[in-house]
Design a binder for this molecule. Structure first.
Ligand code: PLP
Length: 369
């Protein structure tokens, strides 16, 4: 373990407060005792309250990484005689398509390059052409690049066409504005360890109750990831499998802290973090991959400078206490990612820029700055 805390610039698990980490240490607790059910109920209620969707939505918890929630929704929402329209403009859009394929769900994929947001008119046309497409799956914030998809516009065209939308908001829920209860939206998937600032190990679905209830009686495609099974059991104050008790306890603390900060204030803090970072990095000569207008306030992909490779930059930053994140796939060869989620403040982001400046100076041998 490092002697001092790393500043994590990867898009989750993010830096957490000491109180969240300390919440992992608690009295041993059986997951079939009232004390656990009370904690689970509180977490589920806090989630829908903070997401401003209490009236019509329920939170369904899964023990697993974020993909557990995504896969549970994809493999549960689409009926056996229907198909799924998937937006793919990054690794996580591609993952939606892989999940659909793995479960034998007929799908159509709308593909864009990694820096182009979905055009809602394309969704509209695809839905018009194929009546069997019952749902649209789209990633809100493509963590591959920091690209934001206009999911509310997608929901609008889907609702107009009588279809429902599944939103992977893994790295944006509570970090970007999102109207979970918007017309057309049935399911939103996220996890404890990103903008919620909890510990990795719990994923969750915010599901419209009418859509969750409609799944009753369907033969599930998965046993562990049966969305209705988890929902129905949790509604009865029980749990179908053994949950990560301590991680949930830390999530409860993270929810309390999110409420104290306020969702709007957290979103504003992240936006200011991104502004400070981008201003400083641009001054150092770094270019941002995603065009203005399509960028999130949570993650930035910067092009590597000529002659500067990712690995030495990563190591120079890490020596200074900062952990940056490689680009996914091919992007790794020409760009890298810096996230500003977690407990980081604009002041921390000034430190990040200073660390880049010092790292560039250290690596300057052979680097054309
Ligand atoms: C957009 C998005 N979807 C899904 C995931 C889930 O990934 P994991 O299962 O590793 O938590 C992530 C994680 O980074 C993500 O950014």
């Amino acid at each position: 373990m490092p002697e001092r805390e790393w500043i994590l610039l990867n898009p989750g698990p993010a830096n957490t407060t000491r109180s969240v980490r300390e919440a992992l240490v608690m009295p041993d607790l059986c997951h079939r005792e009232p004390e656990f059910f009370e904690m689970m109920r509180e977490c589920r209620q806090r989630l829908t309250r903070l997401a401003a969707c209490t009236e019509r939505f329920a939170a369904v918890l899964f023990t697993g990484s974020g993909t557990a929630a995504v896969e549970a929704v994809v493999c549960s929402a689409v009926a056996r005689d229907r198909a799924l329209l998937i937006v793919n403009n990054g690794v996580y859009g591609d993952r939606l398509a892989r999940i659909a394929r793995a479960h034998g769900i007929p799908s159509e994929v709308l593909s864009y390059d990694f820096t182009t947001p979905v055009a809602p008119t394309d969704v509209e046309a695809a839905l018009r052409a194929r009546p069997e497409l019952s749902h649209v799956a789209v990633v809100h914030h493509e963590t591959t690049t920091g690209l934001l998809n206009p999911v509310m516009d997608v929901a609008r065209v889907a609702a107009r066409a009588g279809r429902r939308v599944l939103i992977d908001a893994m790295s944006s829920l509570f970090g970007e504005r999102l109207d979970v209860d918007a017309d057309g939206v049935d399911f939103v998937m996220a996890s404890a360890n990103k903008c919620l600032q909890g510990i990795a190990g719990i994923a969750f679905v915010l599901g419209r109750r009418s859509a969750l209830d409609a799944l009753a009686g369907r033969l599930p495609r998965s046993v562990y990831l049966d969305l209705h099974g988890h929902y129905a059991t949790q509604e009865r104050d029980n749990t179908p499998f053994t949950p990560a008790v301590q991680v949930l306890h830390a999530m409860r603390q993270a929810l309390v802290e999110l409420e104290a900060e306020g969702v709007a204030s957290r979103i504003a803090r992240y936006a200011e973090n991104a502004r400070v970072l981008r201003h400083g990095m641009t001054a150092l000569g770094f270019e941002i991959l995603v065009p203005e207008g399509a960028r999130s306030n949570i993650l930035t992909t910067f092009r590597l400078l000529p002659g500067l490779a990712y690995d030495p930059l990563h190591d120079a930053m890490k020596r200074r206490g900062y952990v940056i994140y490689a680009g996914q796939g091919d992007i790794r060869t020409y760009a890298f990612r810096v996230s500003n989620m977690g407990t980081l403040t604009p002041r921390d982001m000034e430190g990040v820029v200073e660390a880049f400046r010092a790292s560039l100076a250290e690596l300057a041998v052979g680097v054309r700055l």
